[in-house]
Ligand binder design. Structure first.
Ligand code: PLP
Length: 388
């Protein structure tokens, strides 16, 4: 790292009130340390026992990359003695721009969206400008803020399980980042666009509204319900996307952020020009080929909706309370008389991996929606676990 860049990073962090110790932690965040690894709760959890038969614990897709994506991987892998034989990275940005109708300079790609979430906290929070999240929600931003020593307020979801944006602003009227996961993980619920727009229009100057749309492709009203128009309109928003869900590419690590160019540049500051965000070309090529495979996207959406409806029907007929309505590839079940930890263990003994525990709701478990066969396997395990 050149002295010039190092000084710029130090000035940025010291200027925002970080101590030398916190600066060390910032430096460790993207360095493959234990801290970085624990930032992705789904990965940490998915590294479970290998003998599991049915994996419905990490909100992954039940199937792999789309066929044109796999063909592109093979071709790119064969040429990967070159850094960028066919401008794979440029092609990815161009394709995202076309599909999303967002200018190319409003897009930045990453090896997965978790790094972008953590970077948004590093770039826009500080010891005096905290993070506001919902409770429960996806934990990466909260984990990053705690690691860095930025204050965190976690505001309970409303009774309909949407984000309480007014309470979020009231919880810290001077925050650096307000995080809205839409649809929310773990509830799958959608917060209406008008609520998010209210937050964007009323938040303090200089802060960011980070809108995590990891699961947006599964929702009924997609693509009309995405907040991407606010990025194009130049608002203080960072829209986070991933290829880990509907595109079935969690292990390939591709994600992107949409926002004004100068907001995106700030997310890269701490790279020190090292291009750490450069993607492997097979992953980039797979993403390009998948983005425009509209037939597969439609087929996966339908399959998910069918399998989710089948699972809702199975569980509600057995008198279980579901939290929702979920628009994503997950459901939350309130067991009422059993803890989620006990149920996780009971299902694991049947070869079914369900999600980790969400401390706010100790009797509620999250399951991901998988293939029809996955869900039938879950039903069989359910019958054994519940009758026991
Ligand atoms: N955002 C949300 C809401 C998620 O649930 C996940 C992973 O499960 C991610 C981001 C991480 O995505 P990626 O695999 O792109 O890092």
């Amino acid at each position: 790292m050149t002295k010039l860049i190092r000084d710029e990073i130090q000035d940025d962090l010291l200027g925002r009130g970080y101590s030398r110790r916190q600066m060390m932690r910032a430096a460790m965040m993207f360095g493959g340390t234990a801290a970085a690894l624990t930032l992705n709760p789904e990965i940490a959890f998915a590294q479970g026992p290998q003998k599991t038969r049915i994996q419905i614990g990490s909100n992954e897709c039940w199937t792999g990359p789309m066929a044109p994506g796999l063909a592109a991987v093979a071709s790119a892998a064969a040429q990967s003695n070159r850094y960028s034989p066919n401008d794979e990275h440029g092609q990815l940005v161009k394709t995202i721009s076309k599909v999303e109708n967002v200018p190319e300079d409003h897009i930045i790609t990453w090896p997965g969206s978790n790094t972008a979430l953590a970077r948004s906290v590093l770039a826009y929070c500080s010891p005096t400008k905290g993070l506001v999240t919902a409770d429960p929600t996806y934990e990466t931003v909260g984990g990053a803020a705690k690691w860095l020593g930025a204050p965190v307020k976690a505001v309970p979801l409303k009774a309909d399980y949407t984000h309480d944006v007014k309470a979020m602003l009231a919880a810290n009227p001077n925050a650096g980042v307000y995080y809205v996961c839409n649809p929310n993980n773990p509830t799958g619920t959608m917060t209406p666009a008008a609520e998010i727009e209210w937050l964007v229009n009323n938040k303090p100057a200089g802060s960011m509204v980070v809108i995590d749309e990891a699961y947006i492709h599964w929702t009924t009203d997609y693509p009309g319900n995405s907040a991407r128009h606010m990025a194009v309109a130049g608002k203080d928003v960072l829209i986070m996307r991933t290829f880990s869900k509907i595109f079935g590419m969690a292990g390939m690590r591709v994600g992107y952020t949409m926002g004004r160019p100068e907001l995106l540049a700030k997310l890269r500051l701490h790279d020190a020009g090292a291009l750490s965000g450069q993607l492997p070309i097979p992953s980039a090529a797979c993403a390009v080929a998948s983005l425009t495979d509209n037939a597969s996207i439609a087929a996966r959406r339908k399959m998910l909706m069918d399998n989710r409806a089948m699972t809702v029907d199975f569980l509600t007929k057995r008198g279980l309370k579901l939290i929702g309505p979920s628009e994503a590839n997950m459901l939350m079940i309130d067991w009422k008389t059993k803890t989620s930890k006990e149920m996780q263990e009971a299902f694991r003994n049947q070869g079914v991996l369900i999600a980790r525990v969400f401390p706010t709701w100790p009797t509620v478990s999250r399951i991901s929606i998988g293939s029809k066969a996955d869900m039938e396997g879950f039903f069989a395990a359910f019958n054994k676990v519940v009758s026991a």
